[in-house]
Ligand binder design. Structure first.
Ligand code: ZN
Length: 345
């Protein structure tokens, strides 16, 4: 049975058992009041070109150089293989197998493991963030992140997280191939497979994003945080019907850059039709003042019906969506590299 928009809004406001907590609204559908943020302007559609008055796409450097072209079939293959491991919650055998799988694909790349034990509502669990580093020629780091764990509460119900966890992992592996082939001519790029993104029980600020909370704190202490020019999260970007939402907690100058990248690729119709406020892997970095963007399609099936259900399977996904997300991320990196200076958050 399909859920009505009203059902969806109630679900959003009442049950944040999620990989993300969507607080605010869907333009023209609902206007559920959030407990964590004020609603954005509740009228009409978002204007994707205007992130702020001072900064819009007109002030970006002119398009130059070839457009990126990720290998859609390889990204698809990776996503399929990752999903085939089955449920991959922290502490599980499948999770270990996937860690080994990711590491095996990063041979020859400078990889840093960020391992620690998280004290969670379900006990202590090992968390393993994986960071692949591609040194650039410019001072500063762009981080592209996505989670690879699936929900602990869904460890025994047939859940496989093809879109939620699978697509983000698979696309990052394809981006690693692209960056291996062509070294960054600009900022250093770090690809980050985050762990423990999902809540162990119910999503709260202390039961979620275990991996990125740990990294944000560690990087604040060792000075890495100051070098981060942009922190871009990709999550649930495999949906065949790709509509990437605009997250209002993201940096207001960075989303117009992403939209400009999408325009240059002719893919802008998949971006920013709807505005939300999202809690995701970027949240700990937003809180520390890093310029972040969360690229997420939080309308996975009508009213997001497939999200966090055993129906999150490969047949709902498309290689084309992985390709769109991957190309837009790489073109965003190119534009950031060409900008004379990247604004602070
Ligand atoms: Zn999730």
């Amino acid at each position: 049975m399909r859920k009505s928009p009203e059902d969806f809004s109630r679900k959003l406001s009442r049950v944040p058992v999620c990989s993300l907590l969507i607080v605010v609204f869907i333009v023209a559908l609902v206007a559920c009041s959030g407990k964590k943020a004020e609603p954005p302007e509740a009228s009409g559609h978002a204007d994707p070109e205007k992130g702020s008055v001072q900064f819009n796409s007109a002030s970006l450097p002119a398009d130059s150089g070839p457009l990126p072209s990720v290998d859609a079939s390889r990204a698809w293959k990776y996503t399929k293989e990752v999903t085939a491991f089955g449920a991959r919650p922290v502490g599980s055998e499948n999770h270990k197998k996937l860690e080994a799988y990711i590491h095996a694909h990063l041979k020859g790349i400078d990889v840093q493991d960020d391992d620690f034990v998280a004290d969670t509502v379900e006990g202590k669990f090992p968390i393993h963030n994986i960071i692949a580093k591609f040194p650039g020629t410019k001072d500063g780091i762009i981080i592209i992140a996505g989670h690879y764990d699936t929900n602990y509460p869904f460890r025994n119900n047939g859940y496989v997280g093809a879109n939620d966890g699978g697509s983000s992992t698979g696309l990052l592996l394809e981006l690693a191939e692209q960056l291996r082939k062509e070294k960054p001519e600009g900022y250093t790029v770090w690809l980050l497979w985050t762990d423990g993104e999902e809540a162990m029980k119910d999503w709260t600020s202390t039961d979620s994003v275990y991996g990125t909370r740990h990294l944000a704190k560690a990087w604040e202490q060792d000075g890495t945080l100051k070098k981060i020019k942009a922190f871009i999260v990709e999550d649930m970007i495999g949906d065949a019907d790709l509509n990437i939402d605009r997250d209002q907690s993201s940096a207001p100058w960075l989303e117009p850059v992403i939209y400009e990248a999408a325009k240059r690729l002719g893919e802008q119709s998949h971006f920013f039709h709807r505005e939300l406020i999202v809690e995701d892997d970027h949240t700990p970095f937003v809180q520390l003042g890093v310029a972040c963007a969360d690229l997420i399609d939080f309308d996975y099936g009508y009213g997001n019906v497939f999200w966090h259900t055993p129906q999150d399977t490969m047949d709902k996904l498309s290689p084309r969506s992985l390709q769109i997300a991957g190309n837009v991320i790489l073109e965003t990196v190119s534009i950031l590299n060409a900008m004379p200076a990247v604004p602070p958050r």
